[in-house]
Write a protein that binds this ligand. Structure first.
Ligand SMILES: NC(=O)c1ccc[n+]([C@@H]2O[C@H](COP(=O)([O-])OP(=O)(O)OC[C@H]3O[C@@H](n4cnc5c(N)ncnc54)[C@H](OP(=O)(O)O)[C@@H]3O)[C@@H](O)[C@H]2O)c1
Length: 271
């Protein structure tokens, strides 16, 4: 049977590692043409080689999507390579650690730029092409967008903004038959080299994260692909994500208590 993704052209921002890479592999294996993107040229090349060896049709674009001109080049590279855009996955994102009182103004703008402004600008530039294919635009969000959380306040706020953007865009693009999806990703296993930014914007390498309540990258990739294929407005990935969503929605006070209690652990993280 023909895969839904066969011959579809997909841009995945931030796809040299983590969820973006896993999604690229998942869609590539289903015969999509994938445009990879990230800033680190060496790592992106290694990812391209790995995916080609797995039989995927991929091209790579090295560029920082917080730079508007690089967004133009990313779109142009996609059109030059494959002639159309069916799907844009706004995946690139960076988290942070630090209490609001300690955050530098630079860190605040960096977090908004990568998690909110860049996806908005890239989406705006991809829209005319996605209108032609009646394709999909997907925003990768986080459970942190359901409730403002301690030590990741700006990340929570930046991801919350994506909720509003996806809702507005859904109304605006309805006449053009475009799907706008929002995917809330839960706690995912952390692979080697995953980073976040500290209160001053310096890179922090995060500890490995595993355990039964963490989602595997391939599961997250599958969840995102289902959002696209079934043109869902919203998806919450994984069992623990769904439980968290349910508790936040129906037991907000209980969740406040739990979040307060976790504050001690969080305080340690922010140091
Ligand atoms: N992992 C989780 O537990 C989790 C949970 C909830 C939500 N999410 C969301 O899921 C998405 C992916 O997360 P992840 O954990 O897979 O991240 P990750 O492993 O840290 O990978 C981030 C990717 O984005 C790229 N990137 C970062 N800044 C960029 C920029 N300015 N321009 C272009 N590419 C950029 C990185 O490569 P370069 O550094 O080379 O640019 C890398 O390829 C993010 O939006 C994140 O907020 C993740």
């Amino acid at each position: 049977m023909k895969s839904f993704f066969e011959q579809k052209v997909v841009i995945i921002t931030g796809s040299s590692m983590g969820i973006g890479k896993s999604l690229a592999l998942y869609l590539g294996k289903q015969k999509a043409h994938v445009v990879l993107n990230a800033r680190n040229a060496e790592r992106l090349l290694a990812t391209e080689i790995e995916l080609k060896e797995a039989g995927c049709s991929v091209v790579r674009f090295v560029g920082d999507i917080t730079n508007e001109k690089e967004c133009d080049r990313l779109i142009q590279k996609t059109i030059d390579s494959f002639g159309k855009i069916d799907i844009l996955v706004n995946n690139a994102g960076v988290s942070m650690r630090g209490k609001l009182e300690h955050l530098s103004p630079g860190l605040i703008s960096t977090i908004f730029n990568i998690n909110t402004i860049a996806p908005i600008i890239l989406t705006k530039k991809a829209l005319p092409y996605i209108e032609q294919t009646k394709g999909s635009i997907v925003f990768i969000s986080s459970l942190a967008a359901l409730r403002g959380l301690p030590v990741i306040s700006i990340y929570s706020a930046a991801k919350m903004a994506l909720t509003a953007i996806s809702q507005s865009l859904r109304f605006e693009t309805k006449p053009h038959g475009i799907h706008v999806g929002l995917v809330y990703v839960g706690i995912t296993k952390i692979e080697k080299d995953k980073t976040a930014l500290d209160a001053n914007g310096k890179t922090l390498v995060l500890d490995e994260r595993k355990g039964i309540f963490t989602e595997s990258m391939p599961n997250v990739a599958k969840g995102i692909s289902l959002n696209i294929e079934y043109r869902k407005k919203q998806s919450i990935i994984g069992f623990s994500g769904k439980v968290y969503y349910f508790l936040i929605k129906f037991f907000p006070r209980l969740m406040d208590v739990i979040i307060h209690r976790s504050q001690k652990k969080v305080d340690t993280l922010s140091k």
